[in-house]
Design a protein around this ligand. Sequence first.
Ligand SMILES: Nc1ncnc2c1ncn2[C@@H]1O[C@H](COP(=O)(O)OP(=O)(O)OP(=O)(O)O)[C@@H](O)[C@H]1O
Length: 245
Amino acid sequence: MLLEIKDLKVEVEGKEILKGVNLKINEGETHVLLGPNGAGKSTLFMSILGFPKYNITQGEIIYKGEDITNMETPERIKRGLGVTFQNPPAIRGVKLKELLKIEDSKHEYKNDEELTEDVIKLGEKLKLNDSFLNRDVNVGFSGGEVKRSELLQLLAQKPDFIMFDEPDSGVDIENVELISKEIKNLLDQDNPNSQKGGLLITHLGYILQFVNATDAHILKDGVIVKSGKPKTVLEEVREHGFGDA
Ligand SMILES: Nc1ncnc2c1ncn2[C@@H]1O[C@H](COP(=O)(O)OP(=O)(O)OP(=O)(O)O)[C@@H](O)[C@H]1O
């Protein structure tokens, strides 16, 4: 088992947002999280990563057999948890290149050392060239550029468990395809012995045309109200909305 969430309750600013979430993700599986706005999907991501604002009042998060419920965020990231954000902040004065050097799990950079060929090649695959890497993080990036740069950071980090918040929102068809291909590679989905897994938040399910998700869940008002095969769950949502879920 890669990730197991047991009866997780989380408060933000004194308000209970997650009200007992249970979820199990095995190696080689990609799960999709659907649900109405404000259901708590992003909160679940933040709690798995252990950001201090997300106060876990009950339950456990077990990652690769280890209880990480009370672990500091950097420790979790070191163990292979990776995330991309829905609206990552712009960081004026910090070049994307510099951020990538911190995130690159394959190489320890000395002062002023250039990015490795490996990372530069990953950037090229995502159509992010050298002059782009010299820009300040997310300052004036287009929607598609934000998503591609978030993905590049994940690729440099090489996490074993990836959480992707709406990879298909605000992105045109060509870029969804490009992003999906790299998510697929990252998760090694065509390899039956893959040790990796993922959890993707999507509203429209667009990305499911390109990424083979194994399971889908509907999160509503802080609890998972339905789980099943992605195609079945998505069809039901498209027909009936989240109302009856
Ligand atoms: N820092 C915060 N302070 C106060 N309330 C918060 C904070 N973060 C999240 N919330 C509240 O928690 C609830 C769940 O938010 P969350 O972003 O997890 O929902 P979501 O399912 O990801 O929604 P969406 O589909 O709109 O992105 C919302 O009511 C939100 O306002």
